[in-house]
Ligand binder design. Structure first.
Ligand code: KG4
Ligand code: ZN
Length: 357
């Protein structure tokens, strides 16, 4: 690999309910180091509504972002003038929030005379494993968050092929909806996982949609409905009932995810012969220990390797945005100051293609 000039990149993330900023150093060998990573979660603001309220999220980003950026620079021990580029999530996400972060980044970049990099939020999740584990291309990504559930072949920076996606709910969304039905609060994933620990996963048999089909897509809405019907049938629910429902739901999910991951790794072996089968999991649901355990098993059976970045880098954060910016900066893939924010922005968008280094 050619030596690159080291770069310090400021990353800003405001696409959902975390206001986050970070400074990351990419050294001349391409290794990343997180110098600061400040995340302010808005969970408390949205909790009374049982989900993220876009307008409230955007306003909270406006109120807090300046301070979060200042703290990220201070913790990194860097003056603003020492930043080589300013990266911000430019989509996909809640458009009001994305605009707050991207506009702030544009103002900083313009004032400093430094490049702006508008990062695709999904690309930031996709490249995090290179920051944490320095893994080489190609690898298979399973992105599982509140908004996305996808298999992506990651061939290089900006070079992504979508192999499968959900045809209805995202996996994190299914966890959140099940939690809501059972009055477990928001966000639901951690609550469902916790409740499932005490449950009997065999008491209720929930469906495993699309399981026997030869495709890498997901569907969770039928499973979610089956959970709701079951919960209504045995209401009022005691603590044991809730635990058993959560355990049964999570068991269906782990079966679905592990069978799809096995099939996706097989395809990876066919399309990338001679490469180690690497499965990277990213997004908030990657924090789920039961899912990580079955994926560990799938990777081992395929003679592959599972990489799960630490939970604080799997959920939304500024470091992943700064790192994606640093990876793009190597190629000079910077953006104009009039770049538009995008509510939707698929990862395999051709305009993102950059290369491998
Ligand atoms: O990536 P993320 O922080 O935000 C985006 O959606 O972009 O993911 C949040 C999602 C939520 O749906 C949350 O319930 C889910 O990740 N989640 C979990 C767990 N921790 C977070 N789902 C299952 N098990 C968990 N332990
Ligand atoms: Zn995310």
């Amino acid at each position: 690999m050619n030596k690159q000039a080291p770069s310090h990149v400021l990353g800003i993330e405001t696409s959902c309910d975390e206001t986050a900023a970070s400074v990351v150093l990419r050294d001349s060998d391409g290794l990343g180091k997180i110098l600061s990573n400040i995340v302010r979660s808005q969970i408390g603001e949205h909790q009374p509504y049982g989900g993220v309220v876009p307008e409230l999220a955007a306003r909270a980003h406006v109120v807090h972002l300046d301070d979060i950026v200042a703290r990220a620079l201070q913790e990194a021990g860097l003056e603003l003038s020492k930043i080589d580029a300013v990266a911000a999530t430019a989509g996909p996400g809640l458009i009001g929030g994305v605009l707050v972060g991207l506009t702030t980044a544009k103002a900083l970049a313009a004032a400093l005379g430094k490049p702006l990099i508008g990062v695709n939020h999904l690309e930031a999740h996709a490249l995090t494993a290179r920051l944490t584990d320095n893994i080489a291309f190609p690898y298979l990504l399973l992105l599982v968050s509140g908004g996305h559930t996808q298999f992506v072949a990651v061939r290089g920076v900006g070079d992504y092929a979508l192999w499968g996606t959900t045809i209805d709910d995202a996996l994190g969304e299914a966890f959140d909806k099940v939690a809501k039905m059972l009055s477990l609060g928001h966000p639901g994933g951690p609550a469902v996982e916790e409740a499932a620990k005490a449950g009997d996963a065999t008491r209720f048999k929930f469906p495993r949609p699309l399981l026997n089909q030869d495709r890498l897509d997901f569907s969770f809405s039928g499973l979610k409905t089956a959970v709701r019907l079951q919960a209504e049938k045995i209401a009022p629910l005691g603590e044991d009932d809730i635990a058993d429902i959560c355990a049964g739901f999570q068991h269906s999910v782990t079966d679905i995810v592990s069978s799809r991951a096995a099939a996706a790794l097989e395809r990876f072996g066919r399309e990338f012969p001679g490469y180690k089968k690497k499965l990277v999991v990213a997004g908030g649901v990657a924090a789920n220990q039961a899912i990580a355990a079955v994926l560990e098993d799938v990777a081992a059976r395929a003679d592959g390797r599972l990489v799960v970045p630490p939970a604080y880098l799997c959920t939304d954060n500024g470091a992943m945005v700064a790192w994606a910016g640093a990876e793009r900066l190597v190629f000079g893939a910077v953006d104009e100051l009039d770049m538009a924010a995008r509510a939707r922005w698929p990862l395999d968008d051709k305009s993102m293609a950059v290369g491998v280094k």
